[in-house]
Every structure is written in C-alpha cells, then in structure tokens.
Design a protein around this ligand. Structure first.
Ligand SMILES: Cc1cc2nc3c(=O)[nH]c(=O)nc-3n(C[C@H](O)[C@H](O)[C@H](O)COP(=O)(O)OP(=O)(O)OC[C@H]3O[C@@H](n4cnc5c(N)ncnc54)[C@H](O)[C@@H]3O)c2cc1C
Length: 314
C-alpha cells in the first residue's frame, strides 16, 4: 500500500515522527512511502528521510500564514499527489485536527491514538487508562491513523537517497486565523514529557526539594513529571502533571518517588512499559502496578541511585 506520513510543523524529525516512519515503511511493504512537512525549510528534514525509504517529500511553497486551514489544505494536496491509501501521523493536536477534517471531506476512516497497526490494516488501541486493548479496522479504502508516542520501536535510518522535494502551492479562503508572529518555546535540555522514553515523577513525598527529582531525571536523560499534589503545592508547573487531569505518558521507563498511586494518577501512566516506584509505605497503591519497587525513604534512595548511575557511567 502507498503510505503518506504527516511530519507536522516542526521542521525536524522528532522521536514520534521516527516511530511513524518506521511503521510506514513496514506497512508499505514495497509500496511508496511519501511524507509531508508543513515547515518552510524542507531541506532540514529531507536529509534523514531517505533512510526511512521516503521517496518524495512534499513541502509548502513559501511561508504558511493561515494556521490549521493551511495544514489541512497542504495535507489534502499531498494526499492527491501521492495517491496514498493510508495517511499516518503522530498523535498530536495539530495532526488529529487535520486528519479529522480530511477524513470527513473524503468520507474516510480516522482512528486516533493507535498503539499499533498490522499489514491487514487492523489497528490496536489501548483504552480506559490502559485497562483494555481494543482493535479496529478501517472499512474505507482511504484511512487516517495517528500513532501514540512510544508505541513502536523507532528504527535508525538506513543508508538511502534523499527524497525528491516537491513544493505544494495551496490557497485557502476565509481563513479563521492568521499567524501574525512566531516565538520559540523556551529551550529545555530535557525531552518532552509526552514523548520521552524515560520519565521521572515526583509526588508529595518529595516535598519542596523537587530538585532531587530533577537531578535524577537529568542523570537518566529523562523528562520530569509530577503528581497533582505537587502541582497544587506549587512545587512544579501544571504542564508537568501526569494523570487524569494532566498529561498521559507511556514511556519505556516510568520511575516515581513519593507517589501513592491514586487512580487519577494511574490513569495517566499505567501503560508505561516498565514502572519503578520508590515509596516508604510498603502498602502504597503504586506497588500494585509497579514492576520494581523500593520500599524506603526517597531522600536516601534517590541520592544512592544518582551515585550508582554516575559510578556506572564512570
Ligand atoms: C477529579 C480528580 C482529578 C485528579 N487528577 C489527578 C491527576 O491528573 N494527577 C494526579 O497525580 N492526581 C490527580 N488527582 C489527585 C489524586 O487523587 C491524588 O490526590 C494525588 O495523585 C496524590 O498525589 P501524591 O501521590 O503525590 O500524594 P499522596 O497521595 O499524598 O502520596 C504521597 C506518597 O509519598 C510517600 N512518601 C512520603 N514521604 C516519603 C519519603 N520520604 N520517601 C518515600 N515515600 C514517601 C507516602 O507514603 C505516600 O504514598 C485528581 C483527583 C481528582 C478528584
């Protein structure tokens, strides 16, 4: 099958993009893999794409000024050019928005937040806070599917010729919003919480000394998360909150300290592949779902862990 991958607006390959590209190459099984970037400088992203078997990279001609309407129009134009029957993208807000609009326009199936897809187009989803795994399959020839971060083991790009870059010119009428300026988000050396392979989370038990959690996260190259109790206390930003009313994470390693494991917290992390918990209460609920547990005072355990990691690194 021919697969079109939507790489979004960042103009560089993020970890979820690599996962989508890996899946696209597998599913195409000899069919064409094409990609679309919404960023103006296509060359920045093109170089790596050949290694994922992408033959054509579609890119906007000139600067885009009309937010989501342009995104949808660009994707529609790329879809028409590519002849793809499957459109894949990461499960972020912009991608799901554009996919939903186009699925309606083309009377096509749309499945969001997938954790896998098989060659027969069966899509797997993890639902109800990871409590159930469901499957669904599109009944239309054309299908749009978004992939949850950390669902597929992203492969490293192989040697391959860079794709041909094809500029797309689109015009939209009746734009609901226009970009009047752009500002870079404050740079952080840590990975993004929702995309990170390793997440270190601090709970109320950490107290005001949240820098201990940050130090451990930096030692592991991890993103930092927090329970709601920590956010309510003002020890961490709301953007770091994991759980029902925060973000959902599904990293390869989720390590938490001083978190009791309330149902609302678990709703945002229980699909993590390996869960490690440090808590001084051996009856804490978090141990019910932890793969590894350390019963002890985090103020003693975390410094020892940091020391061991540093020793190991030499
Ligand atoms: C509608 C609703 C939505 C919610 N949404 C969220 C959400 O999105 N995310 C979320 O996290 N919560 C959410 N909550 C709150 C949730 O119910 C819990 O209150 C919260 O998760 C508790 O945070 P905690 O585990 O950090 O704190 P606590 O439950 O107070 O647990 C602290 C833990 O730290 C341990 N501890 C203390 N000192 C130490 C030490 N020195 N060493 C080791 N362990 C220690 C204790 O044994 C305890 O288990 C929500 C609640 C409601 C009602």
């Amino acid at each position: 099958m021919n697969v079109l991958v939507d790489l979004g607006q960042t103009g560089r390959l993020r970890s979820p993009d690599r996962e989508v590209l890996t899946l696209a190459r597998t599913l195409a099984a000899g069919g064409a893999v094409t990609a679309l970037t919404h960023a103006p400088r296509a060359e920045d992203v093109a170089a790596e794409l050949g290694g994922y078997g992408v033959s054509i990279l579609y890119a906007p001609e000139g600067e885009a000024t009309d937010l989501s309407l342009t995104d949808t129009a660009l994707l529609d134009a790329a879809l028409g050019e590519s002849g793809a029957t499957l459109v894949l993208g990461p499960n972020d807000a912009e991608t799901t928005d554009a996919f939903a609009r186009l699925a309606v326009r083309h009377s096509a199936a749309v499945i969001t937040d997938a954790v896998g897809m098989a060659a027969d187009r069966t899509v797997t989803k993890s639902v109800l806070a990871g409590g159930y795994t469901t499957t669904a399959a599109p009944t239309t020839d054309l299908a749009f599917v978004t992939l949850a971060p950390n669902s597929v083991q992203a492969e490293e790009p192989e040697e391959g010729p860079a794709p041909e870059v094809k500029p797309l010119s689109v015009s939209v009428s009746g734009a609901a919003a226009t970009v009047t300026g752009t500002r870079e988000a404050p740079a952080s050396s840590r990975p993004k919480l929702t995309e990170a392979r390793v997440v270190v989370v601090g709970g109320r038990g950490v107290g005001e000394n949240f820098s201990l959690v940050e130090e451990l996260a930096d030692e592991l190259g991890a993103a930092v998360g927090a329970s709601r109790a920590v956010v309510d206390a003002g020890w961490a930003e709301h953007s770091a909150q994991v759980g029902q009313t925060g973000v959902t994470v599904s990293p390869q390693l989720y390590l938490c300290a001083g978190v009791s494991g309330a149902i609302q917290h678990r709703a945002g992390m229980q699909t993590s592949q390996t869960i490690v918990a440090i808590n001084k209460d051996e009856n804490a609920q978090i141990f019910d779902i932890a793969d590894y547990g350390v019963v002890g005072d985090l103020n003693k355990v975390i410094p020892q862990l940091i020391e061991a990691l540093r020793e190991r690194r030499g």
